[in-house]
Ligand binder design. Sequence first.
Ligand code: HEM
Length: 243
Amino acid sequence: MAGTGALLLLFVLGHLIGNLQVFGPPELINHYAHFLQSKPLMVWGARLGLLVIVVLHVTTAIQLSATNKAARPVGYAGGEAYGAGWQSRYMLMTGLVIAAFIAYHLAHFTARIPAINGVGDFTKMKTVLDGQTVPDVYAMVVLGFQVWWVAGFYVIAQALLFVHLSHGIASAFQSFGLRDHVWWPRIKCAALAVSAALFIGYVSIPAAIYMRIIGSEYGEKAKAELRAATLLNAAPAQGKETK
Ligand code: HEM
């Protein structure tokens, strides 16, 4: 669990650094996304690796939870798990909600399924970079987080990720055998700081977009283009119907 958790933490850190480019000019994140999309072997290798890591993390989590229950078939008197922080008791629950968030997130920004974004068909949003027509990831993220319930869901998911990581990071050090009475308070403090930094970093994106601090002008233009593209593609089908 600790090993796969550490690898997932590395992904979450790297993904945040990539995403923070949304605070730069639109071309910055679009160039980055285009670079990744132009390396299918690398992207699919990483996806497969991530999938294996996630499956192992979830499987070991369920096994650990079952072992914990078997070790104490009769609950603590009073119903409290003495010595365990509330975060540790909610690891399975927060983990499952994070898994549900990832499923939504993949449908939202990777598969770009129009029915679940509250906006329209993100696959139609294109821009031109160095003479090449490429997906407009900046416009997709901006329009995506201008929808209140999408931005709200992302913020709630990041709060649960914060709870999950603040316990998980410290717990991983214990699993690796690196806990002692001198280092434990420091490890707990560092885990809290890293999780809080990730929370602030991730939440800053939907928050800045929803509050129209970034992207509002670009978003209006993209919305108009999306409307035009939708009407244009719908036209031949309508023509057929009226025949
Ligand atoms: C504000 C927060 C976030 C933003 C703006 C964001 C943005 C994106 C975008 C734009 C993509 C699609 C990349 C592409 O196909 O071009 C993506 C993919 C992905 N994101 Fe996020 N993300 C956020 C939070 C997260 C979090 C918290 C996690 C994990 C806990 C996560 C995990 C993933 C995964 C696994 C993929 C799929 C990578 C792939 O296979 O292409 N994201 N994200």
